[in-house]
Design a protein around this ligand. Structure first.
Ligand code: ATP
Ligand code: MG
Length: 795
């Protein structure tokens, strides 16, 4: 028969004062009872002063029953007189007690667990535990020592003092018993419980040294998260086996709680880290679900595609990919999703909200759940638009550089040959009678030579090895001077309009070359407008951003030449590598012609590239322009769409004040003289030709095959030398070095350089100022004679 029992509302148990046979008041089922108020186990004696059981007793009389006045022989060896109020039916009470205690402990545990799981940080969990252990289990003191398993050390302690106040300390640890082989050490080594440990320093206060504590390891999945310590400091009562069982259960719960909190904290941390990385990265970080629809988008999408992150959520990745790339990207995604493999560097074009194309490089990794099922992809789109453009620019300029070097080399060798051909044929013609039968043949040789020289000059222009006659000029003046000839060139069908900005600054350029540029562009435009069968629409001229005037018929063939000032800042130049910051004069030539296809555009500036039929175009026009502009330090850009006309923008750096000041007038020239001239030229045929021309003009000549010889000739010639004509490039000593050396011994001469247009000329100052006299090969008899006179007459 189950013996009923009861508790009162006070903390102490209150057994029935009558004999135990009298039934106690029944307790209501399921009533929760904190441990400190529970009826104690049958073999423990409850006294009014001590809340904890501590004395084992034996009974006399019927087994399992105690009567008032029974003597109790507790473990301390002293006899205690039992009063009626202390007595309980030991057997029944024990069974009841175990049941009830288990229930109560479970209830307490559940309650404590509820409290623990409600906490949001490790500190809060620890505080709840130590307070709960004290409150629910009645230990006089509880402490929790957190273990950092990665750093292999204790990282903080939580404990209740005797008044129940919780203290939290980080960075201290267990005390002296925590040394090697101590209880804490044993727990660290894997032991689950360490019973009756002596409290070490500094945890122990004076007089506490003999307090025995139990230590329990808090583990989850074998990993240690901390140590729970409980003791009864005041009563110094040993902790019972059952209490220890409850605490062990509790330690499992706590270990798991700490583990999941640590996981949770780690998750929060990694989520925060992901958020920070995603939001601060220049790349557009994304996540898509298994359907390929965006479920996360970092805010960078705003700057890359102009969309708000929430705008793209739900969109399929493919929705934003340009039509041309869609199939390819779809195939890659399909394969990756199917095989759960990574998406690697897929280059695709997407469209900005404003319609512009953006080139992206896409990479991603599959996301799988615990069961290995694909739950989506996470990755990044990198905007490589600028990079791709710069790469193309670099490739293009490298290609042009190689072609330029090749063209320049050919032109250089041809010039020497042509100089002889033209010069000798000129001399032959000088000596020939008008009615000489060979005259037409020699004339043909000369004109062919001159035509070949013109072609070579264009090649040289492209290879940026022309000798430019630099001066400060206003582009508007050049355009105005050319208007007449342009109108004639364009013909009546084509309207010519000029829009010249009156406020542009001067530029340093070669006027002749600028004219050549404008003429080439106009001729090309004319051909594009005449050839074009396309219907012309009202055009936008992107260079300056103006619409064609209203009322211009769709069929209007129109060439517009504009000048404008543009200030380019650092930011612009960072994205347009060919520019440097500063003020520019922009010369724009726009036509309403057939426009240029992207394929043609790619080769536009290459020498000999032409779409015109055989014999119609040499394909040297734009390459010449390109070379000249590069040599001037400018930039040429083209904007065109088939059927929408073409606009060429030429950017020339505006001149500084000092550069403008340096301009001067060219001297006048005539052809004959009697002065003494030294000719220094390593190419014998050229040297002989120059000497013959000079002699035919009446000059006295001296000759040298190189600089060293030139010095000797000068040393041997005491009389005055009026002019030295020297090749710029010669083996061993350049023309310039020769002159510099000579000036050390004499200074009675003038200098005329002959340029062979090699790359060294550029290094040696191929772009010469107006005060450095120079004649370029190939020259004619007239041009050399005129030049020589011009130099001799200059003051
Ligand atoms: N304004 C333009 N409109 C359309 N296409 C153009 C225009 N300017 C140049 N092109 C294209 O660029 C090609 C190269 O031009 P480039 O001036 O270098 O050579 P070309 O005109 O063909 O020959 P050349 O100028 O030596 O007689 C042309 O054949 C043409 O296809
Ligand atoms: Mg052309």
């Amino acid at each position: 028969m189950t013996q009923p029992w009861g508790v009162n509302s006070r903390s102490n148990c209150n057994y029935d004062s009558r004999r135990i046979e009298r039934p106690l008041e029944p307790i209501s089922a399921g009533r929760r009872c904190p441990l400190s108020k529970q009826v104690l186990m049958m073999n423990k004696l409850w006294t009014k002063d001590s809340r904890r059981p501590g004395f084992v007793f034996t009974t006399r009389g019927r087994q399992g029953r105690c009567y008032a006045g029974d003597q109790c022989r507790p473990a301390d060896g002293m006899n205690h007189s039992m009063t009626e109020s202390n007595i309980v039916d030991s057997m029944t009470a024990e069974r009841l007690e175990i049941l009830r205690e288990t229930n109560a402990a479970q209830t307490s545990l559940l309650e404590l667990l509820g409290n623990i799981t409600a906490q949001e940080s490790v500190s809060d969990i620890c505080r709840t535990v130590v307070e709960g252990v004290r409150k629910y289990f009645g230990f006089e003191r509880a402490g929790l020592f957190l273990w950092d398993d990665e750093k292999k050390k204790f990282c903080g302690t939580f404990g209740t003092d005797l008044k129940g106040k919780t203290r939290e300390e980080w960075g201290i640890f267990l005390g002296e018993e925590d040394g090697p082989g101590g209880p804490a050490d044993r727990i660290l080594a894997g032991s689950v419980i360490e019973r009756g440990c002596r409290l070490g320093q500094p945890a122990a206060q004076p007089g506490e040294e003999n307090v025995k504590a139990d230590l329990l390891g808090l583990r989850a999945r074998g990993k240690l998260y901390g140590i729970l310590s409980v003791d009864n400091r005041i009563s110094r009562q040993p902790i019972s086996e059952r209490e220890l069982q409850h605490m062990t259960l509790m330690s499992h719960v706590l270990g798991n709680a700490l583990e999941s909190m640590q996981d949770h904290t780690a998750l929060l941390k990694s989520e925060e880290r992901f958020r920070q990385v995603a939001e601060n990265s220049g790349e557009w970080i994304w996540e898509v679900n298994p359907d390929g629809r965006y479920i996360y988008s970092s805010p960078v999408v705003r700057s890359i595609l102009g969309y708000e992150p929430q705008d793209v959520l739900g969109m399929r990745m493919l929705d934003l990919v340009g039509e041309d790339d869609r199939q390819q990207v779809a195939d890659v995604l399909h394969r990756a999703f199917l095989e759960k493999t990574s998406i690697r560097l897929v280059i695709n074009t997407q469209q900005h909200k404003n319609g512009q194309k953006v080139i992206l490089e896409t990479s991603g990794l599959p996301m799988v759940d615990a069961a290995g099922r694909l739950i989506g992809y996470r990755g990044a789109h990198r905007d490589i638009t600028r990079e791709t453009e710069l790469e193309a620019q670099l490739r293009h300029s490298q290609k042009m550089e190689v072609i330029g070097r090749l063209a320049g080399g050919i032109a250089h060798d041809f010039n020497n040959l042509l100089t002889s051909i033209i010069g000798c044929s000129s001399l032959l013609l000088d000596d020939m009678d008008e009615d000489n039968a060979s005259r037409p043949d020699v004339e043909l040789i000369r004109t062919s030579g001159e035509r070949a020289a013109a072609l070579t000059r264009q090649l040289q222009a492209f290879s940026k090895r022309q000798v430019l006659r630099m001066e400060s000029l206003i582009v508007n003046d050049i355009v105005r001077d050319m208007e007449k000839i342009l109108r004639r060139t364009l013909g009546e069908d084509i309207e010519l309009a000029t829009e010249l900005d009156a406020h542009i600054e001067p530029v340093i350029a070669d006027a002749g070359q600028l004219e050549q540029i404008i003429m080439h562009l106009a001729v090309n435009a004319r051909e594009a407008m005449i050839d074009s069968q396309a219907s012309y629409r009202a055009l936008q001229f992107p260079g300056v951003g103006k619409e064609m005037p209203v009322g211009v018929s769709e069929k209007t063939k129109r060439l517009v030449i504009r000048t404008a000032h543009r200030e380019l800042d650092e930011r612009f130049c960072r994205h347009n590598a060919q520019f440097t910051p500063g003020g520019y004069v922009v010369l724009t030539v726009s036509d309403s012609g057939a426009g240029i296809t992207p394929e043609v555009k790619e080769h536009l500036f290459e020498p000999f590239f032409t779409t015109k039929g055989v014999g119609r175009g040499s394909g040297l026009g734009l390459s010449t322009i390109y070379g000249i502009i590069k040599q001037l330090g400018g930039v040429i850009q083209v904007q065109s769409r088939p059927g929408h006309g073409t606009t060429f923008d030429i950017f020339l750096k505006q001149a500084t004040f000092q550069e403008t000041l340096r301009q001067s007038e060219l001297p006048a020239a005539n052809t004959k003289g009697q002065e003494t001239i030294l000719v220094v030229e390593d190419e014998e045929s050229v040297r002989r030709l120059i000497v013959r021309i000079l002699q035919s003009c009446g000059y006295t000549t001296l000759e040298a095959g190189h600089g060293g010889e030139g010095l000797k000739v000068c040393a041997a010639h005491d009389a005055r030398i009026d002019l030295i004509i020297t090749d710029m490039i010669m083996p061993h000593v350049s023309g310039k070095q020769f002159i510099e050396q000579l000036r050390k011994s004499r200074n009675d001469f003038k200098v005329l350089f002959v340029s062979g247009y090699s790359s060294d000329d550029t290094v040696d100052g191929a772009i010469i100022g107006v005060d450095t006299p120079l004649i370029q090969k190939p020259f004619t008899r007239e041009s050399l004679a005129r030049k020589v006179r011009e130099v001799l007459d200059a003051s």
